[in-house]
Design a protein around this ligand. Sequence first.
Ligand code: GLA
Length: 351
Amino acid sequence: MSDIFLRAFGRAPAVEASAPGRVNLIGDHTDYAEGFCLPMPLDLETSVALAPAHAFRACSEGMGATLVFDPFGPPRGDWTDYIAGPLAELAKAGFDVPPVEVSVCSSVPSGAGLSSSAALEVATLRAMLALTGQTLPDGEVARLAQAGENNYCGVQCGILDQMASAVGRSAQALLLDCRTNTGRLVTVPPEFHFAIVHCGEPRRLADAAYNARRQATAEAARRLGLPALRDADAGALSVLADGEMLKRARHVVTENERVLAAASALEAADLGRFGALMNESHVSLARDFEVSTPALDRLVESALDAGAAGARLTGAGFGGCIVALFPPDISDWWPRVAAGNPAAWRVGDGA
Ligand code: GLA
């Protein structure tokens, strides 16, 4: 890590900090409706190294030239916005944000739905806090990281990714309540083995489609006279005459129920129940929320064919990854899942 900094800026960095990507086991498109999610941090992580400088400059492994950016100016429209945005929010919150040179190195694949953006945002904030000798609770780091992405990068994401990255703990699931911004760690039983597999297609047109989904759920809550869809009851949704809005709302309401049931299934080490909830989640994301793609659907099917107890797209959808749960007694599942899918990761069995 410090090698990249040394090569780019000709000296050693003053501080380094890191933050992980995450897989969301269940509970997608619920966070911005103040609902529930169940993410787990990954061993894949992003590291940020900093040193004080006269101007803000950043370089990233494999990203070519060093770029000048300015958290106090307009966004550049590239990856440096995910550094500048959180720093702008840190300054708005009254913290000291001096100019720095920054180097980034990451094993979190970008555009895969594994929160490479949040890992960069959280690692940036941690590095700046370490450099300036300031501290913030992890939950506040997550909140500033999200605000940076909302306000500077123009992506109206919820708090799922940033909380998972800042508050989550390795190899444990985090039952997140996105209304109170609090999480409860849930141990993943040793017999739960997860595989994450990329469908081969990057997320396309994701930001616009994502923001449209978010607006639809907010509008549904408004029509129901509720602060958020978190408060809606499945039986009361029929007043939403608009067919598309009804489907979007139904996904959020039923997904919240599935997350709570899945956390209980994890605690009870009930693999069959957890898998069934993952399958229901994928169907709901595909049919009601309409964020799946043919490639994601095919990959879910092939994981189930290989013996998975459940499989679903993970993250925003529109491309990226699926997550599948495999029982320990199917010894040949990994070669069958990984075959022909160079971008695949195993979680939960120490692999
Ligand atoms: C993206 C967003 C999150 C969340 C997921 C879908 O990862 O950044 O806030 O909405 O999509 O669950």
